[in-house]
Design a protein around this ligand. Sequence first.
Ligand code: IPE
Ligand code: IPE
Ligand code: MG
Length: 242
Amino acid sequence: MLTINELPKHIAIIMDGNGRWAELHGNDRIYGHREGVEAVRSVVEGAGEIGIQYLTLYAFSTENWNRPKEEVDALMGLLVQAIVAETENLHKNKVSLHAIGDIGSMPIEVQQKLAGAIAKTSENKGLKLNLALSYSGRWEIVEAAKKLANELKNNKIDKSSINEELIGKYLPTFGLPDPELLIRTGGEFRVSNFLLWQIAYTELYFTPKLWPDYRKEDLFEAVNDFQKRERRFGKTSEQIRI
Ligand code: IPE
Ligand code: IPE
Ligand code: MG
């Protein structure tokens, strides 16, 4: 049973296990990535149904550029296909699309299709779907540090104004609340350079299920688990209960 008042506002997901899923099914890794699109559809739909406000999906990391060229090319092609195929449906479901990461490093076709889908869905008031593409937590912190250094040099800000809130403003996730729940599929217990700053107090949920098998019911199970946790933020259990 999900309780409405303890719903996470923002869920982040590391969608892992496509390659192993494909191998299990006697096929190449690309096949796993293609099947992963169905899982994305189901989870986006489910998140909207239960009233999640923000969903951030880790689709391609900075480190994923180091994969074999054929796999990277296939992933970029799939991304274009998925954006083209899904935009209408997202729009109908009032989803607005957003992206974080080094988008300028993506192939031009991805950039164009992505920009089109973002523009088309920008007025939608339902779920905010945020794709992390060519993204890593350390990358965005380095970018923020560069911008901050520039502002200091040009006397746009004063050293005394640097605090957590200000740093948050220099990150591409500015405007999004920190995720309350981070889900990783595929059975690995690591964060692989995802949202390092934003997950300081996020509840982590790991499942062995491989991403192409993941569906909205699995998301609901993770939310259910989240709702049983006591989030203490450094305080004592007693302080939380009053
Ligand atoms: C996640 O699945 C998709 C991306 C990282 C793009 P993987 O491709 O990492 O699948 P495994 O972990 O090798 O099974
Ligand atoms: C994390 O998965 C990145 C994405 C899901 C996009 P990886 O498969 O790349 O992570 P590692 O290499 O196992 O840490
Ligand atoms: Mg993986």
